[in-house]
Design a protein around this ligand. Structure first.
Ligand code: CA
Length: 252
């Protein structure tokens, strides 16, 4: 998680490093000035290639990523960054109104998005919200067990018997939020608050995309109806107009 990196930062500068990858000079300059003026170490590259190079040389805490870049598609940059730096916070900046771009970007590993033009105050609030300490890290020492699913919060691992399911940070946190209250209906707002932030004021599309990814990873690990060896994974039920519930296994 981002917080772990922050706590382990020991070099002279404890300012958070934000890399902006954006070819629009007006936006780039605006972000540079705004971020520097608000206590961040800000860096700016105008191409995907330049951004990736800098991110490898000096891994940032946050990347603000334009989707429409001159050399590499921003979605591809997000995918590469996510693969190379799993704990990096990636926020997409998109001028496109087409929601597909946002969905594809989030699926490629971005954590959040802002639609241009956006207010600097909004960006700074989002950054603070994301970088605030996540409640889910290391607070439970006992793994949570629901049917054959084991969620080990301290180790940040999700296991089905001995098989590990590889989840992205937000997918894991979403599963934790559900698994802490199996059989209980959780509202979308509850989940957004627990997994993202209580002051979240973005779209809840992020929740839908992350939920879809979580379900996909679980079903790939144990294909329905019960997969090999009679493994039983709790199902995530969608409650229309309300939220979600992790189903307790039916008694046998
Ligand atoms: Ca652009």
């Amino acid at each position: 998680m981002h917080t772990i990196r922050l706590m382990s930062r020991t070099q002279a500068s404890d300012r958070l490093q934000v890399l902006t990858i954006e070819d629009d000079a007006t936006i780039g300059r605006h972000l540079q000035a705004g971020l520097q003026g608000n206590g961040y170490d800000a860096y700016w590259r105008r191409t995907g290639g330049g951004g990736l190079t800098l991110a490898r040389e000096s891994p940032p805490d946050v990347v603000l990523l334009d989707l429409g870049l001159p050399d590499i598609d921003g979605v591809e940059v997000a995918r590469i960054l996510r693969a190379e730096q799993p704990n990096l916070l990636i926020i997409i900046l998109t001028a496109r109104t087409d929601e597909i771009d946002v969905v594809v970007g989030l699926d490629a590993g971005a954590d959040d998005y802002l639609v241009k033009p956006f207010n600097l105050t909004v960006l700074l609030a989002r950054l603070r919200a994301h970088l605030r300490r996540r409640p889910v890290v290391g607070t439970d020492t006992e793994p949570i067990r629901v049917a054959d699913l084991v969620v080990d919060i301290a180790a940040r691992r999700c296991l089905v018997r001995d098989r590990e399911i590889d989840l992205r940070p937000k997918e894991f946190e979403l599963l934790v939020a559900l698994a802490r209250h199996p059989g209980v209906a959780l509202t979308r707002e509850d989940l957004m608050a627990q997994v993202w932030d209580e002051n979240w004021f973005g779209s809840t599309k992020t929740l839908d995309v992350t939920m879809a990814a979580l379900r996909r990873r679980l079903s790939e690990a144990v294909p329905p109806p019960n997969g090999p060896d009679g493994l039983e994974l709790p199902k995530i039920t969608t409650l229309r107009g309300h939220g979600y519930r992790l189903e307790l296994p039916s008694p046998t």
